[in-house]
Design a protein around this ligand. Structure first.
Ligand SMILES: Cc1cc2nc3c(=O)[nH]c(=O)nc-3n(C[C@H](O)[C@H](O)[C@H](O)COP(=O)(O)O)c2cc1C
Length: 411
């Protein structure tokens, strides 16, 4: 395991002052005095429906869709509904501090942007717009290997969007190419471009059966969308007779079987450690034994995730998998992150109460991107953070660290 900064909350005194995310509520009501309303809904559970009007059917199906019957996505949401918060009173929660540090990255709140590939199908401004919006709030974006822009361009957008250099944090997500040279080359580029933490996605080594995409025969990658990172990679290009700009089909035919279709085993993880000197996080863990194996393999963190219900149909809710993973890693120092189904501030609190250090949000910010590019992403994130801040206070807490399973009632 590498040596991340201590996982403390609130963050160290060198961190910026706590952000007052709840102020977005005041801002919205004050704008109302001038007959101005928010650009689109503030309800995280309604974003998908309202984004539909902004997207063509293929893109909407890809973004909103799940594996198989959609049972896992429904289970994710149902689990949040089953867990209920139990508010406490007279706790002096006027002033709150949501700051935290995750694997050495200071964060203004325990919320990151999940890796989402092919954002150009959602909005032409794509990943750089998301990066600027995240950085403007000091949030960490996790860039997908399936990005529609190069990792260097997105790193630059992150720096542009950030008011202060310390806030421009970025993590990189790996879809593990089965060519070691290409893999090492991409990891080297990511480190040089300032991505600090590597998130290795394990649950998508091959694409699940996704009827919403299959019915339209819709797969962006085979059209060369979401391939900017490999197509700009010297090691990948060296294996092509002609560059992707001259022979797109040949480049696609080389890349698609390289990044999908190969499952691996635990004994391959040292390769990643050899090529990444920062923290490594395994994404897609659900079983407590896999959480233990991640610790045994010297990993720094896990994301308890079922890919937003997009991989295994009929799987357990990710929220239900969280307590087992947290218990399995007690005392190991391995940090537990969570995603799949977060839509509201209350959802974030429930995951934190069950032991997550931080959560990743997926589809909601992409729905924001569909509505209005960078400003749309910012509106979604500010809404979620304001809701989180207010609900934290209204349940009687001043910092996320105060939350425990005792703050929940199970229906
Ligand atoms: C359109 C779309 C693209 C995604 N692309 C990736 C990806 O490239 N890499 C990855 O690890 N996860 C990817 N995910 C999964 C997310 O990182 C995350 O696990 C999931 O969206 C969380 O669930 P939520 O959407 O309910 O918040 C994608 C999800 C969506 C909806």
């Amino acid at each position: 395991m590498t040596d991340p900064a201590p996982a403390s909350s609130p963050a160290s005194s060198s961190a910026p002052a706590p952000a007052h995310f709840a102020n977005y509520q005041n801002e919205i009501y004050l704008h109302g005095l001038e007959d101005r309303v928010p650009p689109f809904t503030t309800d995280g559970t309604a974003l998908g429906a309202s984004a539909r009007a902004h997207l063509d059917a293929g893109a909407f199906g890809y973004l909103a869709g799940s594996a198989g019957s959609g049972a896992t996505h429904r289970a994710n949401r149902e689990a949040f509904d089953r867990h209920r918060l139990v508010p406490r009173m007279l706790t002096d929660a006027t002033h709150r501090d949501l700051r935290t540090t995750v694997l050495g990255t200071p964060m203004p709140a325990p919320v990151l942007l999940a890796p989402l590939g092919v954002q150009s199908i959602v909005h032409p401004d794509a990943e750089p717009a998301t990066a600027r919006a995240a950085a403007s709030l000091g949030l960490t974006m996790t860039l997908s290997t399936a990005s529609s822009h190069t990792l260097e361009d997105v790193a630059e957008a992150t720096s542009e969007g950030s008011a202060d250099a310390a806030g421009a944090s970025r993590w990189f997500q790996l879809y593990w190419p089965n060519d070691d040279e290409v893999c090492a080359s991409i990891l080297g580029r990511a480190r040089r471009a300032g991505y600090t933490t590597l998130v290795v996605t394990l649950d998508t080594w091959t694409l699940a059966w996704r009827p919403q995409d299959l019915d339209r025969a819709y797969l962006p990658f085979i059209r060369g969308v979401g391939t900017a990172i490999p197509f700009s990679d010297p090691a990948f290009r060296a294996g092509l007779a002609k560059p992707p700009e001259e022979d797109l089909a040949a480049a696609v035919l080389r890349w698609v079987p390289m990044f999908t279709g190969t499952d691996r085993s635990w004994d391959r993880l040292p390769f990643l450690r050899e090529h990444w000197d920062g923290p490594i996080v395994l994404k897609g863990i659900q079983h407590p034994d896999d959480a233990r194996r991640a610790a045994d393999a010297g990993m720094d963190g896990i994301v308890v995730s079922n890919h937003g219900g997009r991989q295994v149909d009929g799987a357990m809710a990710s929220l239900d998998a969280l307590p087992g993973a947290v218990r399995a890693l007690e005392g190991t120092g391995v940090e537990v992150l969570f995603d799949s189904g977060i839509r509201t501030g209350a959802d974030v609190l429930k995951a934190l109460a069950l032991g997550a250090r931080a959560v990743l949000v997926g589809r909601p910010f992409a729905y924001g991107l569909a509505h209005g590019g960078e400003d749309g992403v910012r509106h979604v994130l500010r809404s979620l953070l304001a809701d989180l801040d207010l609900t934290l206070g209204l349940t009687g807490h001043r910092t996320p660290d105060e939350l425990t399973p005792g703050d929940l009632h199970l229906r």
